[in-house]
Design a protein around this ligand. Structure first.
Ligand SMILES: [Zn+2]
Length: 174
């Protein structure tokens, strides 16, 4: 399915997060349930599906890691395409689920943005406090401030973009 080495299992353990397939995805290598791990890049959170049951249980290695975003997107497209009157009710549940996960992701993004905003202010204050004669340090602090500012802008733009893409999808299927 979808050319990735994983398949969707049935049932779902407790615990949930923004990744769409959290608790649903089963590793095709070893049959264990995959968990979600987030990594942050430029102030954005990206989910990965990770098979690490053997690592946790027996100190072994991570079995495999699949980037979450393209997989979630592919599954979402697949689900949206499969909608017919016969499965409309289940589709609506799926849609609600997608929306709910999206809201959770958005909350996580908002928190990441708040954190970046704080770090940007901190970097700005550090820069403004430095003696201008200390050029090397001043240049470093300025670069760090600019970097934070760029991350913050990226995170804000990405959040806007994703909010737009979700509401656009909603209009398409209703
Ligand atoms: Zn595995």
């Amino acid at each position: 399915m979808l050319g990735v080495k994983a398949r969707i299992g049935s049932g779902r353990p407790p615990g949930e997060g923004p990744a769409l397939l959290q608790g649903l995805i089963v590793c095709a290598n070893c049959g264990r349930r995959m968990t979600v791990r987030y990594h942050s890049r430029k102030g954005q959170l990206f989910p990965d599906y990770v098979c690490q049951a053997s690592r946790i249980g027996h100190g072994g290695k991570v079995c495999q890691t699949i980037p979450g975003a393209p997989l979630d997107e592919a599954i979402t497209q697949l689900l949206l395409k499969e909608i017919t009157p016969a499965n409309l009710e289940i589709s609506l549940q799926v849609e609600e689920e997608i929306q709910r996960r999206h809201d959770q992701t958005d909350r996580a993004r908002t928190q990441a943005i708040e954190q970046l905003r704080y770090e940007t202010q901190l970097a700005q204050r550090r820069y403004l406090r430095i003696d201008p004669d200390n050029r090397l340090v001043a240049a470093e602090l300025e670069a760090s401030w600019n970097e934070k500012l760029t991350s913050l802008q990226h995170a804000q733009e990405e959040r806007q973009r994703l909010m737009f893409s979700i509401s656009y999808k909603d209009k398409n299927i209703r």
